[in-house]
Design a binder for this molecule. Sequence first.
Ligand SMILES: [Fe+2]
Length: 229
Amino acid sequence: MSARNGREVPDTGEMVVVHRLFRREYEASVAVVRAVAPGDTARSAVVAAHLAALNQMLTEHHLAEDELVWPRLVADPAVDKGLVARMEEQHERIADALGRLERALPDWGTGADAGLRDTVADACAALLPALDEHLGDEERHILPLVPDRFTVQEWARLSERGRAAVPKSHRLYMLAALGEAAGTDRRDEFLGRLPAPVRLLYRVAGPRLRRRTWSHLSGGRAEQRVAAA
Ligand SMILES: [Fe+2]
């Protein structure tokens, strides 16, 4: 929450950090999935559960925006018609890749079949450019319109729905992933938004859990990436 002309306006910085999380996690997942050996069901199950959590979060992120944001902006003269058409097309490409990913994921998670693994990895890779374009357009063209068109309470509904979409088993990991996605430029902002007990939990356990989880997901190969981030 920040102030403009004495009026409290929504804080859209949180969404930028959530977008970074989606980009980073799906991007890293491509190599993690490809590295799972055929028949290694212990790892395929863990990686599939991670991707299923991400998919659930991304689906809810878009659903909440479709319900709470787009109906208010689609007829707004400040929103270019070309932008709307472009974003709808990106949305379709995201839904298509996400659909392929979700159809292959359960069977790959339980069976670690090589063909399904490649389908999962290819779908993650196909998702990335559409996702990157979509989130980038949103950040450049949509988020700047928010402070004049939404109240703090209206915008907070998006955050509430986003938090509720994180499976319980992945909450601490995603909190730590958000902290990493915040980077040095948004780290203070990120920490400032957390309630004190959650901030403490994050500081005590978050980054360590994230390193451990990535090490587990990647068989140790991705640990360096996370540690260096
Ligand atoms: Fe968004």
